[in-house]
Design a protein around this ligand. Structure first.
Ligand code: HEM
Length: 128
């Protein structure tokens, strides 16, 4: 059997359509979450779009985010917001539920969450 060893996680997840579904499932959960919702603007569409662009490139798809917004510098971009350990866990939990909701299989969900867990914890910038 031919195995494509170069397939990106982006490809394995289902490409553009899958990333779109994930961000559209994720942000309503974020908005409803008592620890996360208050940090986000009421008009969530621009955030959804930027996250779509970012996750596309993060998982190995086209560099949509950098093409439009320059170097990601994601920790710096999160500094204006109080990211506590609890908020990092809450963010990952919303993402976990979004991945399940869009139907990603368990093994893939674990890989995706594992890749996001590093950045999420790296963005912690306060304890309160
Ligand atoms: C650890 C918990 C996290 C919290 C509480 C959090 C919260 C936020 C907030 C409040 C914004 C700004 C929304 C706005 O007003 O425009 C934002 C933007 C963003 N976040 Fe997070 N975030 C977290 C983790 C992550 C992770 C793990 C990623 C991706 C690996 C990520 C990717 C982004 C992106 C791409 C943006 C848009 C940046 C831009 O303005 O260009 N975030 N986040």
């Amino acid at each position: 059997m031919m195995i494509n060893r170069n397939i990106s996680l982006y490809g394995a997840m289902g490409g553009a359509e899958a990333i779109r579904s994930i961000v559209e499932s994720f942000y309503p959960k974020v908005q409803k979450h008592p620890l996360l919702g208050p940090l986000f603007p009421a008009d969530i569409d621009p955030v959804i779009e930027k996250q779509y662009q970012f996750l596309t490139q993060f998982f190995g798809g086209p560099s949509l985010y950098s093409d439009q917004h320059g170097h990601p510098m994601m920790r710096a971009r999160h500094l204006p917001f109080p990211i506590t350990p609890e908020r990092a866990e809450a963010w990952l939990d919303c993402m976990s539920r979004a991945l399940e909701e869009v139907g990603l299989e368990k093994e893939l969900r674990e890989i995706v969450l594992d890749r996001l867990s590093g950045p999420a914890h790296h963005f912690i910038n306060t304890t309160e």
